[in-house]
Design a protein around this ligand. Structure first.
Ligand code: 8YV
Length: 321
């Protein structure tokens, strides 16, 4: 009897074919009906799950009596109830490292686009508004040699620091819950207390995991501490930021601009953010290149195989339940 795998989001087609050759595979199709209802129906006899971007917890996994592993095609795992998975002795695995550089590239794309008003000026030019030499209304912020403040100097934060230091001669500031002297020295980064980083940074980049400590970490008080020329970039999770406070800070020009890849609610079709000309909004594409998404899916496939064979996956998130 072949083990059953539920694929709960779109994954690389080659990896999907490999799964179908080895297991009984059910693919959750948003076009076929309400996704959570499909999950509830198909997890009952599932041995494994693979995918990303769905909330999985007791409300939709309690009937999954055979479930051994959830293989997430993501590095973040805030949308899984880890306490419940531990209680049920269900492994959760993720896909770290393979997406680090791609996500750091995207962070810098947002930083530069927001600093130099690229989307707004692109539209301005295409609408035929360029009738004379660009003036103060088209001015952006310098990047070279400026202060880059990174909140969360993990793998992605470190990759962003390398881009800033080696690519733009930036002064690298960082804040973590715990100072990481060895990593900071290698990155030419200086540890700052949280408020100090907000006050001194020309660019504030959020690269933390979403957890109890980082939820709503950045709100009105934090935006008030930033420079009026500051550019704010979030490539972590939307809930790390009080989104209304960000909208207010942008509307009042309390900060110069923002570059966002994540939002409190995703996917996002309607928001006050979309009416503002000083924010660049991308649809959670930090890891979204064909090459990187294949690497993530291939790593998640290996994690799944290990879990279904009863072996702890290499990139298990909850090894000691
Ligand atoms: C994923 C991400 O592609 O890996 C993560 O944690 O945020 C992205 O790179 C996304 O979570 C898939 O929904």
């Amino acid at each position: 009897m072949r083990q059953k795998v539920v694929v709960f989001s779109q994954i690389d087609s080659n990896i999907l074919e490999k799964l179908k050759a080895q297991y009984e595979v059910v693919v959750i199709d948003p076009k076929a009906g309400e996704v959570n209802q499909q999950i509830l129906e198909h997890v009952v006899d599932a041995d494994g799950m693979i995918g990303a971007g769905r909330l999985l917890n007791q409300s939709n996994l309690s009937s999954a009596k055979e479930l051994k592993i959830i293989s997430s095609v993501s590095v973040g795992y805030d949308n899984y109830d880890l306490d419940y998975l531990n209680q049920r002795k269900i492994w959760l695995s993720n896909t770290p490292h393979v997406l680090t550089e791609t996500t750091a590239d995207l962070a810098f794309a947002l930083l530069m686009s927001a600093a130099r008003q690229v989307p707004r000026l692109d539209q301005w030019t295409k609408q035929g508004q360029w009738t004379r030499t660009a003036g103060a209304a088209q001015f952006g912020q310098d990047i070279f040699g400026k202060n880059l403040g990174i909140i969360g100097l993990g793998n992605i934060g470190a990759a962003i620091a390398r881009r800033g230091f080696h690519g733009f001669n930036m002064n690298i500031l960082y804040h973590n819950r715990r100072e990481n002297i060895e990593r900071a020295e290698a990155l030419n980064a200086t540890y700052c207390e949280f408020d100090e980083l907000l006050e001194q940074s020309d660019f504030v980049v959020v690269a933390v995991d979403l957890n109890a400590d980082s939820k709503a970490l950045i709100g009105s008080a934090e935006f008030e501490k930033m420079k009026p020329t500051a550019v704010f970039v979030n490539i972590s999770r939307g809930s790390v930021v009080d989104e209304q406070a960000l909208i207010d800070a942008l509307k009042s020009r309390r900060i110069f601009a923002a570059g966002l890849d994540v939002y409190q609610k995703e996917p996002l079709q309607h928001s006050e953010l979309f009416e503002l000309d000083n924010v660049v909004t991308l649809p959670h594409v930090g890891s979204a290149t064909a090459e990187t998404r294949y690497k993530m899916a291939a790593l998640a496939y290996q994690n799944l195989l290990e879990g279904l064979a009863g072996r702890q996956p290499q990139y298990v998130v909850n090894p000691n339940f």
